[in-house]
Design a binder for this molecule. Structure first.
Ligand code: ADP
Ligand code: MG
Length: 266
């Protein structure tokens, strides 16, 4: 075997090729969706409510079966529920109210069969990384919404899944807290290098955190633009606000969203 000719090409984190989906067999929720997320890439999905963003994440997580035309692979395989290669984080923290911050941070690892002592050790490190050292024994009701999302980030990143699906994880936070958690997310991604497919309503957020932003439009959900975010990393949310290119990219995204609406109305 010749080392020079050996290829160790990893499969795409997500490869959607002409994906169609209908829940009722008549109206399409997704139409001809083609999207690639490379290993280590951070891709955001933006688009009007109801255009199928969550449905696309659910397909990738294997929570919704792909029954329509096209091809969808996650890590080179047909998506399946309970795949340890995929982590999912939602807008609402989805913490268990009876478990402490530590218990919640450990939970994902325990479900995946990681021994308890190892899970606890890792969860403690992760809680420290998300700024919650000292809150290990706090119950969710004693934590602010921002802190609860920090616990959810700790749980999501601690599982070590190469692909993370995030559905508006900061959508319900106040503006200030959101900026802090975006900075934290940038730092975690820089450190762990997971591939991420991230859904957001917030165009600034999409530009700030992503390598690419994919714009969808509704009825049926289609992709109308795929924009490279060529801002250097590491990034700081505060510094980005001063960068004219950040604002150009924001304006570009906004115009794609608008053109999606006017085409739809026309
Ligand atoms: N399980 C389901 N059964 C039937 N219709 C669904 C289901 N999930 C989502 N839908 C419909 O699919 C469309 C896209 O929904 P969704 O993916 O939640 O949009 P988004 O996340 O972009 O707001 C909506 O019209 C929604 O009502
Ligand atoms: Mg949604």
């Amino acid at each position: 075997m010749s080392g020079a000719t050996e290829l160790s090409v990893k499969p795409l984190a997500i490869a959607a090729d002409g994906v169609h989906l209908s829940f009722d067999g008549t109206s399409e929720v997704l139409s001809d969706v083609s999207l690639q997320v490379r290993q280590g890439e951070f891709v955001s999905l933006v688009g009007p409510s109801g255009c199928g963003k969550t449905t696309l994440l659910n397909l990738a997580a294997g929570l919704v079966p792909h029954t329509g035309k096209g091809n969808l692979k996650v890590g080179g395989l047909v998506p399946r529920q309970g795949n340890s290669q995929v982590g999912y984080m939602l807008a609402r923290d989805s913490l268990m109210p009876w478990k402490t911050a530590l218990g919640n941070a450990m939970f994902g690892m325990e479900v995946r069969g990681i021994p308890r002592t190892q899970a606890e050790e890792r969860a403690r490190v992760m809680l420290q990384e998300v700024g919650l050292a000292g809150f290990e024994n706090a119950l969710p009701k004693a934590l602010s919404h921002g802190m609860r999302q920090r616990v959810a980030l700790a749980r999501t990143f601690s599982m070590g899944s190469p692909l993370l699906l995030m559905d508006e994880p900061f959508g319900a936070l106040d503006a200030q807290t959101k900026l802090q958690l975006e900075d934290l997310l940038l730092r975690l991604c820089q450190q762990y290098k997971q591939s991420v497919l991230f859904v957001t309503h917030d165009l600034s957020e999409a530009v700030a955190v992503s390598d690419r932003v994919v714009v969808m439009t509704s009825r049926p959900g289609r992709i109308v633009a795929d924009i490279a975010i060529d801002l250097p990393r590491p990034r700081s949310i505060r510094e980005l606000q001063k960068d004219p290119h950040f604002h150009e990219l924001y304006a570009q995204l906004w115009s794609h969203l608008e053109s999606g609406w006017s085409k739809h109305e026309g």
